[in-house]
Design a protein around this ligand. Structure first.
Ligand code: ADP
Ligand code: NI
Length: 220
């Protein structure tokens, strides 16, 4: 992990927590530990490209990768009854030896990663990006995992787990509701480029799905 020596043990300990947390009952394949691993890989790829493009931008590497690995901890959709998600990430980090400053920074980045948060208060994301440029990297890394072939898979996994009894096509409805909008919301150059090609995969899939599900059997 390209993380500073002083935070290696912390990262290892957080990784064990996240593995257990994302593997706990209720976490379907759209939000499992493999999603976290893919987001970490995307983060690494975007981080390298951004560092090359902006050598003067002093990214806090520990904050980048801790936010990436923790970004789905405290997601209200998966919270257990009574679980206090408000400052869960910050508390967890401090319990495991992070400074209050690092813990708060990572908590703030994690709070601003989500799509819903950005559509509700876009200005808060703009403000936060100027304070913490690390947010752009983690946001794009998470969003890339919602589109492309994996995006299709996650959408059906979510539908299967959370929309029981509804037709499979509800997964395709989600393409229009949210997924097609993601490429225009990417913040980094490499993120924009990757998102454009992954969007094409969604469009081709949806077109083929619609063709195959056109019904022509006359019941009456
Ligand atoms: P974010 O954290 O960016 O708000 P979500 O956690 O809501 O993103 O969604 C991540 C992925 O989970 C989506 O890209 C999609 O694959 C799946 N998903 C979430 N909500 C729905 C939904 N209502 N219908 C189908 N899939 C969904
Ligand atoms: Ni995520």
């Amino acid at each position: 992990v390209p993380i500073r020596e002083e935070h290696r043990e912390l990262f290892k300990s957080i990784n064990s927590f996240v593995y257990e947390y994302m593997s706990s009952p209720g976490h379907d394949n759209s939000h499992d530990y493999y999603h976290i691993l893919r987001v970490l890989s995307n983060t690494n790829r975007i981080f390298e490209a951004e560092q090359k493009a902006n050598p003067d931008c002093n990214y806090d590497t520990s904050a980048v990768f801790l936010a990436a690995i923790l970004h789905d901890v405290g997601d209200y959709k998966y919270a257990k009854p009574g679980e206090d998600v408000e400052n869960q990430v910050s508390r967890l980090l401090q319990d495991r030896g992070a400074s209050e400053e690092l813990a708060r920074k990572v908590q703030t980045i994690v709070k601003h990663v989500g799509y819903t948060n950005e559509t509700k208060s876009p200005q808060s994301v703009v403000d936060m990006l100027s304070k913490y440029p690390e947010l752009a990297i983690v946001q794009d890394a998470d969003r890339l995992d919602a589109i492309g072939a994996v995006g299709v898979g996650r959408c059906f996994a979510f539908g299967g787990a959370r929309k029981e009894g509804q037709p499979m096509s509800v997964a395709i409805d989600h393409f229009d509701e949210k997924l097609y909008k993601l490429p225009d919301m990417m913040k980094t150059k490499i993120g924009k480029r990757m998102a454009a090609s992954r969007k094409k995969i969604l469009e081709d899939f949806a077109a083929q799905f619609n063709e195959e599900t056109e019904l022509s059997f006359p019941l009456q």
